[in-house]
Design a protein around this ligand. Structure first.
Ligand SMILES: [Zn+2]
Length: 494
């Protein structure tokens, strides 16, 4: 947009004023936190010092190589189709750690499998039907499609039968009080805001709805509910339930599809809704899992570390392609590209495939216990855990000075479209949040999230949802950012 466009309409004028006012005063005021860090025509002295021509050429070569490389796709294909779903504590999760470790060894990295005690919860039967409701035809029931939430306890094997009560939010639950909740099955019917998702704010929509999945069952249990259901936190209605983590509530907890949440809520306005519910998951003893931690040693400052990562565990319903086989695969490709191009990072690039992001983050906690003394030397941490769609840029939690220093990365990535550097007030990745809290500049690859929550935590999170060309763009974004962080003259300022 140029300034002349600003005359076109009131709206544009307003927008342009908002965007250009800070620039007009740039001489006298501190620069605004660099947002779309589109090609700065002139690099600042700091940027020139940190990104000499040779580094810019190497970064361009990494990008070009990534855009024709199918390594990451082959990796996520193996993880999803040959190994399969990788829930914490499963044989597949263990096999995936071994597989990723062996791939990284093949690439010549120093690889460690770092032990993590992980929860081991396994899904059982999951069925439900409405057995008493207004207008019911005698001898019939209404099927409810649902899935257990991670950590749910079990109903009796034969199931339980109870009246349902539907609420839209925590306030409505509180207003009902123990008297109207005790002995009931509570449904949290919080609607996922699809317009936000369509408008590019999918993670905001997720954040608003997921509170009910994570904390709803516990809140219902505290008022004496015998079970809790949540409306699936998802962006598409194909009667697919979305599982996910839920805080331990001591009662059976499940996610019904959006369609079934509507059905129950509608019938509840007409009278009693009685449900027969069978969920028989089991919590097994904690199991041993592994973070895979692999170093491509820095040639000049090996003690300084740049983390590239994704999480290796997945939910059990699908095969964990977009969540988060893709993230692991592009982190692996960062190492593969540098080795193939014979490029040597000055600082250590550490590839991490995290275990147990989905059911509590034990992998991230174990890494923090083992490595927190190294955090002052962790120059930056990158995680990709928002799918595999076209990358728009990066979501970052770092200082304004650090964001400014990184601007040339956007110039290198311009042809891929991954040019936005968006400041975040919280860690852009769950597994890197402890590092982020400790002051390590943290970076999330920011994918187009418009369809992510269509499939997230469902049986439809499978390899076909990944567009190979878009995965290559993601690999380019992560590898270029990582190599820039490893080879800039100075460590990224904090
Ligand atoms: Zn994830």
């Amino acid at each position: 947009m140029t300034k002349t466009n600003c005359a076109h309409s009131f709206l544009l004028t307003t927008l342009c004023t908002l965007f250009f006012l800070p620039a007009a005063h740039a001489q006298n005021q501190p620069k605004p936190r660099a947002n779309p860090f589109a090609a700065a025509p002139q690099m600042s002295q700091t940027q020139q010092d940190n990104f000499p021509p040779q580094l810019l050429e190497e970064l361009a070569a990494i990008k070009s190589a990534a855009l024709v490389d199918d390594y990451a796709y082959r990796q996520v294909a193996h993880l999803t189709e040959n190994i399969g779903a990788r829930p914490s504590g499963s044989l597949q999760a263990r096999a995936a750690s071994d597989y990723v470790a062996s791939e990284l060894r093949k690439l010549g990295l120093e690889v460690r499998l770092e032990e993590v005690k992980v929860p081991h919860w396994v899904r059982g039967a999951e069925t439900a039907e409405l057995v008493d409701y207004a207008g019911q035809i005698p001898g019939t029931t209404q099927k409810i499609v649902l899935t257990a939430l991670g950590g749910s306890t079990s109903t009796p094997v034969e199931g339980l039968t109870a009246d349902g009560v539907a609420v839209n939010n925590f306030d409505e639950l509180k207003a009902l009080g123990r008297e109207k909740v005790a002995g009931k099955i509570v449904l949290f019917n919080k609607i996922f805001d699809k317009q936000k998702a369509a408008g590019g704010l999918a993670f905001n929509a997720y954040g608003e709805a997921v509170r009910y999945r994570s904390a709803g069952p516990k809140a219902a249990a505290e008022l004496g509910a015998v079970a809790a259901l949540v409306r699936s936190v998802g962006n598409a209605d194909y009667r697919l339930p979305h599982t996910g983590f839920s805080a331990s509530a001591g009662i059976p907890a499940g996610a019904v599809t959006a369609e079934d949440a509507e059905l129950i809520a509608h019938l509840a306005t007409q009278g009693k809704v009685r449900m027969h519910l069978t969920l028989t998951p089991q919590k097994l003893p904690d199991a041993t899992g592994y973070n895979v931690v692999a170093d491509l040693k820095g040639s000049e400052s090996p003690e300084q570390v740049v983390v590239v990562s994704g999480h290796l565990d997945s939910w059990d319903l699908g095969t964990g392609a977009i969540d988060d086989g893709a993230g692991v695969a592009i982190a692996l490709e960062t190492a593969e590209l540098l080795q193939k191009l014979h490029l040597h990072p000055k600082r250590t690039i550490r590839v991490i495939a995290w275990m147990d992001e989905e059911s509590g983050g034990a992998g991230s906690q174990a890494y923090t216990r083992a490595h927190s003394t190294e955090f002052p030397n962790h120059v930056a941490a990158i995680e990709s855990d928002a799918g595999a769609s076209h990358p728009l840029g990066f979501s970052v939690k770092m200082s304004a000075a650090a964001m400014e220093t990184l601007q040339p990365v956007a110039v290198v990535l311009q042809s891929t479209g991954a040019t936005v550097l968006q400041a975040s007030s919280f860690s852009p990745g769950a597994d890197i949040s402890a590092m982020s809290d400790a002051g390590v500049p943290s970076i999330g690859v920011m994918q187009d999230g418009r369809t992510y929550f269509n499939y997230h935590h469902t049986a439809a999170d499978t390899l076909d949802k990944i567009v190979p060309a878009e995965l290559r763009e993601n690999a380019a974004a992560m590898a270029v950012m990582a190599y820039a962080l490893a080879n800039m003259k100075d460590p990224l300022p904090r």
